[in-house]
Design a protein around this ligand. Structure first.
Ligand code: GAL
Length: 366
């Protein structure tokens, strides 16, 4: 009897150990674009339309926090932050910027729209500066403003400063006399006084420390590249229009071999469309279009995703990850992330689908 009992005990221990080992997956070692991506607590990462800041040897991912069961993009929580050393395993660092719950008239009241947050670090002021696309509660997408928040600590809390329409009363550097004439469909001239519309956006910091705000303006017909003040808190009053009437959004900018590259999308709301790419010798242009960087099956829908950021890797010069969102507007929290390595062929960025990949793909770079 005793032998039978101890046999059962050994068997139970074996099963228990075996099951718990199977239930506690080890750290992630690869990217699986489009699949659920558990954070270090096992919860799908909630940082949509995001961007990444590299600070003190750590990656910080900021993105839109979506709420279970809610459709669309209204913000009920705010901007969430995650940290990682290896890019596969992300620790939830909590809410970096909170919506305001007790003041319905506040710009970032619960139910406003907070999209595409990006954070940069200003070495001169020692502040972390967040910019995001803001739409006021109950006003659809008509406000088209940029929101600004700052923090002393990378993970926050970020303090909301204000929102603005960039470059009020300033003509773009490359505006022609015709561009300045008011006409029925001339949105540039229409918005000259009050500031240009600012919807999908990103930030880019150049090697010389100058930072730029890149945003869809003019009813999304044109992108603006706009220099920020030295403290990164306001437009400096110098900007250019790029791809006029090009109808592009979801902008990303990165620098490779001394050239500036752009990848963005067309404007079809939540539905994916073909990506666009472009190159320029100066951030001010002229920008030369390079076509759709995606190749292979589903290239015409950017592999069912929309760009949000291009991440230059730490300690791996000239290696970049294309970050995109596979939106699920019916249950936004279930939105997926599509990350792919950027390859270069004849100085053109190229994206190819991979079911699973890891950072070793960059080791074979010439
Ligand atoms: C997309 C945009 C998203 C969100 C969405 C709303 O075009 O890139 O950030 O604004 O439209 O329909």
């Amino acid at each position: 009897m005793r032998r039978i009992l101890s046999g059962i005990l050994v068997f139970v221990c074996f099963i228990t150990l075996h099951t718990s080992a199977a239930e506690t997956p080890g750290p992630l070692k690869s990217f699986k674009p489009g699949e659920l991506w558990p954070d270090t607590d096992g919860v799908h990462i909630n940082a949509h339309g995001g961007g990444i800041l590299v600070h003190e040897n750590t990656y910080y991912w900021f993105g839109e926090h979506k709420t279970e069961g809610r459709r669309g993009n209204n913000a009920w929580v705010g901007v969430r932050c995650y940290s990682s050393k290896d890019l596969y395993n992300w620790k939830n660092e909590g809410v970096a910027l909170s919506v305001v719950k007790d003041d319905p008239s506040h710009d970032i009241t619960a139910g406003s729209i907070i999209e595409r947050p990006k954070v940069i670090y200003n070495a001169k002021t020692g502040k972390f500066v967040m910019w995001f696309h803001l739409e006021l509660r109950g006003k659809g997408y008509t406000a088209a403003r940029a929101g600004v928040a700052v923090a002393d600590k990378v993970t926050g809390p970020y303090q909301y400063l204000y929102s603005l329409r960039p470059n009020a009363g300033v003509w773009p550097e490359n505006a022609t006399e015709e561009d300045k004439q008011r006409g029925k469909e001339n949105f540039l001239a229409r918005d000259f006084k009050g500031g240009q519309m600012s919807r999908d956006m990103t930030l880019f910091v150049d090697d010389d420390g100058k930072a730029y705000h890149i945003y869809s303006a003019e009813e999304n017909y044109t992108l603006n590249i706009s220099l920020l003040t030295d403290d990164y808190l306001k437009p400096a009053g110098k900007y250019v229009r790029v791809f006029p009437r090009g109808h592009m959004e979801a902008p990303t900018i990165f620098k490779h071999n001394g050239l500036y590259y752009f990848i963005g999308s067309e404007c079809t709301g939540w539905n994916p469309n073909p990506a666009h790419s472009a190159v320029a010798k100066s951030i001010w242009g002229p920008w030369k279009e390079l076509g759709n960087p995606c190749q292979g099956k589903k290239a015409e829908t950017t592999f069912d995703s929309q760009s949000t950021y291009v991440l230059p890797l730490m300690n791996k010069p000239d290696c970049f990850i294309f970050m995109a969102d596979r939106w699920r507007p019916q249950n936004a929290i279930d939105g997926r992330y599509v990350w792919l390595p950027i390859e270069f062929e004849d100085n053109r960025p190229i994206l190819r689908w991979r079911d699973e990949w890891d950072l070793s793909v960059f080791d074979s770079k010439p």
